[in-house]
Design a protein around this ligand. Structure first.
Ligand code: CA
Length: 672
């Protein structure tokens, strides 16, 4: 039987279609056609370029060499015939320096010819239609050899993650940033609002985040790179070329080297400013499955498709990636490794990782950690309905989190407990006055969300991200009768819980300056994936207003406090259970903890943490001794705001209070 053909089998009078889609996932096929080399794509050297593509079902493959990268340009320079090689791969070589030459593959299957961009393309021309041969070393910024992750050696729990869309940082005029909407906009320092408030990179650095998580920056399909003079916006969850930076974020999407140079420049500058870089990667589905390069070259291989041609659609984006197939798994592992190796990316956020099998995820982590042990991994582990093409696989969901011990998951338990369920936006959460959530907040504060989370090293704690309403909008929506002042108190209480909790704090950019996405009808935009810049941009000039500046300083202080106290950054459940003790017998809507100081690296002799979500004062008995207040409802940081001794302390309405045990020896270290 030839794997390049479809057969009809007649058995007991009935005709059965035997299609490749079933065969791809068989042991026989995988044994014969799994290629394990590291030279897929176009491997450049000054003397020659070697091409290798995996196309086991092709009858013939050619390489088209073009002068330019724009699809449809009549500039074919040469066509190279490829030779069938091992494990379903095809090879060709071309002598000479091909740096800057564009190319595609022309694949013949069952008498039909299809042209496709290289799935292993390192860069492309405009809109990702033609790959480009590239001398990657020529794209390195100055000092690249010495560039490293500024947070190497730290644990997952030391990270403070800030989630940003490239455009949002610079697309409002008040940013003062020149390279609007570009990678280079993230490299500008010294930018301010008209009144002199720092914006952009300086703002993020001053806030104290450790990791900048960027919404998709690989090449995606929903923004037309040939029409960048027209207003366009998209989050970018529609992958086209997984190993190529998005062209619309470069200053020139037509010349393949520019996007590579500029993205590396961005990473380098962020590293130089003490910020690690996380990429949002979307391997679970592609923009258009039938046109996706891998599927054009090997029909239907990349996606979960049944024998009638129906795509599995757990992603609700039209298709799910068949990560369980050997060459898809290799492709994803190679891709993540490539970003870590070539672009010095320090972390990966996996979109809908619950569609990807645990074996693939563990192999990614293992492979990347060989050379980059500091790289962090986390993702959306929701359980979704997908149809795997092989038996015996588990999916990387929250519920299976113990199967992927070095991969963290977004904690929707704390998200919903803090501000209310995402599906019913009128529902309040703990900070907005809902009762009965004390135990959930307690478990989440300990990084051990009931039902799924067994270690704080796997819990990404958040109240807001790009999806759904911003934190302030969500709070306002569920408590329409509360005052602006109370909305801000709720916002800050949420931040205090999130940032002091065991686990990994994460926030949407702008949460620290009361970001809002209002709609013209008076509501809030909860899915602004294609909304204009006017909705999505960060409004820097709001920081000219003291109300916003105060919130900003509160977040900054919370982050500084977290960084100072190792006891808030415990890496396992045993340590948490030993050192973090919930306080019993409190009023409703109040949660408190006593944290002892016996933790490696902890500078204090203990902490006492109180969260009061009531719209009234509560009195709580402090344990024996003198206690320094470092965080209250208005101010947060490492400075001592006041010192109180044992007895009852009054915690104002809708506020946090965090006390550090007063000890002369420690005081000397802490006082500036
Ligand atoms: Ca693109």
């Amino acid at each position: 039987m030839e794997p390049t053909r479809n057969y009809n089998i007649i058995y007991e009078g009935n005709e059965y279609k035997t299609v490749m889609l079933n065969i791809y996932s068989t042991e026989e096929f995988e044994k014969e056609y799994t290629y394990t080399g590291d030279d897929l794509g176009a491997v450049w050297s000054k003397e020659k370029t070697a091409f290798r593509v995996w196309a086991p079902t092709a009858d013939a493959v050619k390489v088209n060499l073009y002068e330019e990268g724009t699809e449809g340009t009549d500039d074919l320079m040469e066509q190279l015939s490829m030779t069938a090689d091992i494990n379903g791969t095809w090879v060709a070589e071309k002598e000479g320096d091909l740096n800057g030459t564009y190319y595609t593959y022309l694949v013949e299957i069952n008498g039909e010819k299809h042209e496709a961009c290289d799935p292993y393309a390192r860069t492309t021309g405009v809109n990702g239609k033609r790959a480009m041969v590239i001398d990657l070393s020529s794209t390195n910024p100055k000092g690249w050899e010495d560039d490293t992750d500024p947070h190497a050696g730290m644990t997952y729990n030391d990270a403070v993650i800030y989630e940003l869309h490239v455009r949002d940082l610079s697309s409002d005029a008040s940013s003062g940033i020149t390279n609007t909407g570009k990678f280079l906009g993230l490299t500008e320092t010294g930018t301010t609002t008209e009144s002199g408030i720092p914006t952009g990179l300086d703002h993020m650095k001053d806030l104290g985040i450790t990791h900048l998580h960027l919404l998709p920056v690989y090449d995606y399909g929903s923004v037309d790179e040939t029409a960048l003079d027209k207003p366009q916006f998209n989050w970018g969850y529609d992958p086209v070329n997984y190993n190529v930076p998005e062209g619309s974020y470069s200053t020139d999407p037509y010349h393949g080297e520019v996007r590579v140079e500029e993205m590396k420049q961005m990473v380098k500058t962020l590293h130089d400013n003490d910020i690690s870089v996380v990429m949002d990667v979307v391997y679970n589905h592609v923009y258009d499955a039938s046109k996706f390069n891998f599927n054009v070259i090997v029909p239907g291989y990349f996606s979960r498709v049944d024998e009638d041609g129906n795509y599995s659609n757990g992603s609700e984006c039209g298709n799910d990636t068949a990560s369980e197939r050997s060459m898809v798994k290799k492709y994803i592992v190679d891709s993540v490794k490539y970003w870590a190796d070539e672009y010095h990316v320090d972390g990966f956020r996996f979109d809908l990782v619950g569609l990807i099998d645990t074996e693939t995820i563990n192999e990614i982590v293992e492979e990347v950690h060989k050379n980059h042990p500091n790289v962090i991994f986390y993702g959306e582990g929701w359980t979704m309905d997908t149809t795997l093409t092989k038996e015996g696989y588990k999916l990387a969901t929250q519920k299976n989190s113990t199967e992927t011990p070095e991969f963290a998951y977004f904690n929707d338990t704390i998200r919903d407990a803090l501000k209310g369920n995402i599906f019913d936006t009128s529902e309040a959460g703990f900070v907005s006055g809902a009762s009965g959530l004390e135990e959930t907040i307690e478990q989440c504060f300990m990084g051990l969300a009931q039902d799924w989370c067994t270690t704080p090293a796997q819990s990404v704690n958040y109240a807001s991200c790009h999806d759904n309403m911003t934190l302030l909008d969500r709070i306002s929506r569920s408590t329409p009768n509360a005052s602006r002042e109370d909305h801000i108190k709720m916002n800050n209480l949420s931040a205090a819980i999130c940032i002091t909790s065991e686990g990994i704090p994460f926030m949407q950019a702008g949460e620290e300056m009361l970001r809002t996405k209002p709609k013209s009808d008076g509501g809030f935009d909860e899915n602004s994936y294609a909304s204009p810049d006017s909705v999505n941009s960060l409004k820097w000039d709001t920081l000219d207003d003291k109300q916003y500046q105060d919130v900003y300083n509160y977040y900054k202080g919370l982050i500084a406090f977290r960084k100072e106290h190792a006891a808030l950054r415990l890496t396992n459940a045993e340590d948490v259970k030993e050192h973090v003790k919930p306080v019993d017998g409190l009023d409703g809507n109040v949660v408190a903890f006593q944290i002892d100081g016996g933790v490696n690296g902890e500078v204090s002799n203990g902490m006492f943490v109180i969260f009061n979500a009531n719209n009234a004062d509560v009195k709580i008995a402090l344990p024996k001794g003198a206690w320094d207040v470092c965080i209250n409802g208005e101010t947060a940081g490492t400075e001592i705001l006041e010192t109180v001794t044992e007895g009852k302390v009054t915690v104002p309405p809708i506020s946090a209070m965090v006390f550090v045990k007063n000890d002369a020896a420690v005081l000397c270290v802490r006082k500036k």
